[in-house]
Design a protein around this ligand. Structure first.
Ligand SMILES: [Zn+2]
Ligand SMILES: [Zn+2]
Ligand SMILES: [Zn+2]
Length: 304
């Protein structure tokens, strides 16, 4: 009824939670993590998508089921079980960003990949099964609906006004600065004007850059912007929990209109109370935000 795909993976129900697992499988010296490494990318053992499945043309209107073709990677971001983003050293941060770029480039070469989504799930409140610092990459055989919707908005705006939606947003936000959290030479972080969640934060490159590959020269600064957001979160929340997603340009063709950005979705409405995604949000995809983005931006600005 929605014209969107669901990835059905009954086998993933077996994946471990750390309370059950005796030792952390991502700490050095385990069967998958032997040898020398600083950042390590593995195939997800409990992958939702399988490379050995044959990709088929799923855009055809008669296709309602398809093999779950794609790639699921896990990027272990440090040897140290406790080196989360908020306390990560510069040198390690650079290695993590470099690996994000390398994995993205590698997966873009694979056939049947339409979109690469890189994300980090963090904290018990998000349902994270392993605490060791790690992020994940899904290389999908389709462009996911949320990205498709943003792409449509980018295109509409360009057709109507002749410029980029995000470039214009940045220009407007820089006038009042009331929702800005941090400004650097190449990036800004802010609580968006239309934040769906109280502590939603976006990081935007200040120049029109469509994807991670074009960001090569300022990857280091992107890393420190990410660390900065997570530090603020860990000072404000009793439990550091968030979802971080890279909104990179779709892999094929449609790059020019896209403006790369990173989005954070924390599950909190204040320092310890949950924001629930309930009736109006789930039933209507309409969000109620009972805080003001300007106040939350101020709170996050003051958090460091
Ligand atoms: Zn560990
Ligand atoms: Zn732009
Ligand atoms: Zn986005």
């Amino acid at each position: 009824m929605l014209g969107e795909w669901v990835i059905v993976t009954p086998k993933r129900a077996d994946r471990p939670f750390q309370e059950q697992a005796k030792e952390c499988p991502f700490c050095p010296g385990q069967s998958e993590t032997e040898g020398e490494w600083d950042v390590l990318t593995l195939d997800n053992k409990y992958a939702a998508l399988q490379a050995e499945q044959q990709p088929i043309d799923i855009d055809h209107e008669l296709v309602i089921g398809a093999p779950a073709h794609g790639f699921c990677k896990v990027i272990i971001q440090s040897r140290d079980h406790n080196e989360q983003f908020e306390n990560m050293k510069d040198s390690q941060l650079n290695k993590v960003m470099g690996e994000y770029l390398r994995v993205t480039e590698e997966l873009q070469e694979q056939r049947g990949v339409e979109y690469i989504m890189l994300f980090e799930n963090r904290g018990k409140a998000i349902g994270v099964s392993l605490n060791h610092p790690h992020s994940q990459v899904y290389a999908l055989p389709f462009v996911p609906p949320r990205v498709e919707r943003e792409l449509t908005q980018f295109k509409k705006h360009r057709q109507k006004y002749g410029n980029c939606l995000l470039c214009e947003t940045i220009e407007n936000e820089m006038k009042s600065k009331e929702r800005i959290i941090r400004e650097e030479d190449d990036f800004i972080s802010l609580v968006p004007y239309g934040a769906r969640l109280p502590y939603e934060v976006h990081i935007y490159p200040r120049n029109h850059i469509s994807n991670l590959l074009e960001l090569k020269g300022s990857l280091q600064q992107l890393g420190s912007m990410i660390r900065d957001v997570t530090r603020r979160y860990s000072n404000v929340f009793q439990e550091t929990a968030y979802v971080m997603v890279f909104h990179d340009s779709p892999s094929n063709g449609k790059r020019k209109d896209w403006h790369f950005h990173v989005e954070f979705y924390p599950p909190w409405r204040d320092s310890s109370r949950r924001k629930y995604i309930a009736g109006i949000e789930q039933g209507g995809w309409t969000y109620t935000n009972d805080s003001s983005p300007e106040e939350k931006a101020k709170e996050l600005r003051m958090a460091l």
